[in-house]
Design a protein. Structure first.
Length: 645
């Protein structure tokens, strides 16, 4: 689950730590490749008296311990399973020390920088100062450059910052505007409507139609839950009110607009501001979970401000969504915040994009980050207006593919990738899941325009999933008293199990450059949620007894003539109280698989050691082994990858 930094970054970090006592260091990259290779020509300098706001970010402590804790939090066999940390607990164990934060504050003040904001996890320190003071403090020159691909200039430092600090910095945000964050919103290129069964004007889909299609008529509403939306621009809540009026619905959920760095939370059409993205994010989350206790919109100008605001909110929002994409100079920049989400039980859904098959020229990040749930797009048909799911194909513009940033494949995706012909065995694959993204929605924005079937994109799909998870978290809190947390490890276990098609709508037709296929694919991931079945599986059921099995590690390598081991674990839900017998299949000739013990006794929660013996004459290569747990008439399966060397 934990990504290992690439060799370049490891070397950079090691060198930085050695030098940090003599000269300050930053542990992530800031200088853009286009300024290093000369593609962007320097045409001047920022005025020395111009004021800038930047964010100084300190690194986390005890990284190995954090990695270990995260693994335990998502291991059903661990005593720490889903014992998530509070913000204060995370800060005490892994946040920068108070002494380091004080040293950073003193450094800023000694260089004439004004403290604009502090953070409760001691990671971010927002400061304001003139260009001259920032250049002096960081030993950089703030240049103006001609953008190589766009008709605009951008500012950026000419070298990596080297602040006069005895402690290293993780990152400094706000030093360039080469990257302009983009909303993942797509406008219908054709005048022809593709909607037929929506209950909003012109047969377009309301957010409530998505609830009917993907959840049904169940009683869960998201009660007691909050959803947090990441937005680079504020909104005009009058547009949300117009949507509800025109949809003939009533909005009962309080909306909270939070500025994470002093950015305005307002977006008025009269001032030339467009809040289409912001409004549709709200309508999709609220449509899926109409009984939320609150919906929170976080507004900010930098990724580190937005993500840190979500990571330190009080109370925390466990259901997070982003329909914006950005490109940091270093793809590791935001990992401390994503790791904090995971440790605190928060799930972050990220729209996968609207330009088809991923490539390095697209805006993709953070959809390819291994700590996010990447959401692709589909074309949904319902049986009737406000009716149930009828059919679904892949949306041709759905983002998906192999990580352009070359982010390493996470452990929970290894076995799935081994059975996916188009997937990388080395890098992160996406998306993980999907939902409707076709041009079939009703949208109101800018106080002048309400349109039907004019907008689409994975922008719609990500907040839908955040609302759906709010339903699941409502149930899990009632059953177990905790949120579900980062759901990808569980989703991939479900996808590899025998109940996959009960829990997901498996999208098997359509293409974005990759083809949708049976099971996991690089267009729609595992597919869209199938009613309350997935919620009951995620939460252990609505009260009836059942069990689940999982295998860890998911990949085992054994030489010919030798033996290897993994472990199968059962977890129970509801009133289940029976033994679970274990068998294996798929091992093939020359391989024997045994279990110790061969069954897990009642009450059915425990583990068994799996021993894999490989004969000297066995054929080398990779095999997918299926472990089946049987109790009475109930069976569940899990898979792991065996590599014979």
């Amino acid at each position: 689950m934990i990504r290992r930094l690439n060799a370049f970054l490891i070397a950079t970090v090691a060198l930085a730590l050695v030098l940090s006592m003599a000269q300050g260091a930053t542990l992530t990259r800031h200088v853009r490749d286009v300024t290093l290779n000369g593609q962007a020509q320097m045409i001047g300098h920022l005025p020395a008296t111009q004021t800038m706001r930047i964010v100084l970010v300190l690194p986390l402590r005890n990284q190995d311990a954090l990695n270990s804790l995260i693994n335990d939090l998502y291991d059903p066999a661990s005593p720490s399973y889903r014992h998530f940390l509070s913000v204060d607990e995370f800060t005490a164990q892994f946040g920068p020390t108070q002494a380091d934060y004080d040293a950073l504050t003193n450094f800023a003040q000694n260089h004439g920088l004004q403290i604009a904001a502090t953070s409760r996890n001691r990671m971010n320190l927002d400061v304001i100062g003139t260009v001259a003071k920032i250049e002096s403090a960081l030993h950089v020159t703030m240049g103006l450059y001609q953008h190589p691909n766009e008709k605009r200039t951008f500012f950026a430092p000419d070298r990596e910052p080297t602040p006069d600090l005895s402690i290293p910095l993780w990152h400094i945000a706000g030093l360039d505007n080469y990257d302009i964050p983009q909303p993942l919103l797509s406008k219908n290129p054709n005048a022809v409507s593709q909607a037929t069964t929506g209950s909003c004007p012109s047969a377009s889909f309301c957010g409530s139609d998505m609830r009917a299609a993907y959840y049904g008529s169940g009683s869960l509403t998201g009660s007691g839950q909050t959803v947090g939306l990441l937005e680079y621009v504020g909104t005009d809540l009058a547009d949300l009110a117009t949507y509800y009026t025109n949809a003939h619905q009533t909005l009962t959920v309080p909306i909270s607009l939070v500025s994470t760095d002093g950015s305005s939370t307002s977006c008025l059409a009269s001032a030339g501001c467009d809040d289409t993205e912001q409004t549709l994010d709200m309508t999709q989350a609220l449509g899926m979970a109409p009984g939320l206790s609150k919906l929170v919109m976080y507004v900010g100008g930098t990724d580190v401000a937005l993500l840190n605001g979500m990571a330190t909110a009080s109370p925390l929002d466990y259901n997070l969504s982003s329909s914006w994409t950005w490109r940091p100079a270093d793809p590791a920049t935001d990992d401390p915040y994503f790791q904090e989400f995971v440790a605190q039980g928060q799930t972050y859904f990220q729209a996968a994009g609207d330009s088809g098959k991923w490539n390095r020229l697209q805006y993709v990040y953070p959809a390819d980050d291994d700590y996010t749930v990447s959401v692709g797009g589909t074309d949904l048909t319902t049986a009737s207006a406000a009716g149930p799911w009828a059919s679904e194909t892949a949306w041709s513009s759905s983002g998906g593919g192999i990580s352009p940033a070359k982010i390493a494949i996470p452990s929970w995706q290894v076995t799935t990738a081994a059975g996916c012909a188009s997937c990388s065995q080395t890098y992160r694959n996406g998306p993980d899941v999907a939902a409707n993204a076709n041009y079939t929605f009703y949208v109101c924005a800018n106080q002048t325009t309400c349109t039907a079937n004019n907008y689409g994109g994975t922008s719609f799909a990500a907040p839908m999933w955040a609302g759906y998870l709010a339903l699941a978290n409502q149930q899990n809190m009632a059953l177990h008293g905790t949120p579900l947390g980062f759901i990808n490890p569980t989703l991939y276990t479900i996808g590899l199990g025998s109940s996959y098609t009960t829990n997901f709508h498996d999208i098997t037709s359509g293409s974005n450059g990759f083809s949708a296929t049976t099971g996991y694919d690089l267009v729609t991931g595992w597919g869209s949620p199938n009613g309350d079945a997935l919620i009951n599986t995620l939460t252990g059921g609505s009260g009836s007894g059942d069990f689940a099995i999982s295998v860890k590690p998911l990949a085992v390598s054994v030489a010919r003539g030798a033996a290897g081991h993994t472990k199968v674990t059962t977890t129970i839900s509801g009133s289940f109280n029976a033994a679970v017998g274990l068998t294996a299949s798929g091992q093939g000739s020359g391989v024997t698989v045994t279990f110790t013990p061969t069954s897990i006794a009642a009450p059915g929660a425990g583990s068994s050691v799996v021993t894999i013996k490989v004969a000297a004459g066995a054929t080398t290569g990779t095999r997918i082994i299926t472990v089946t747990g049987t109790s009475g008439s109930t069976t569940h399966t899990a898979k792991f990858k065996l590599t014979i060397s």
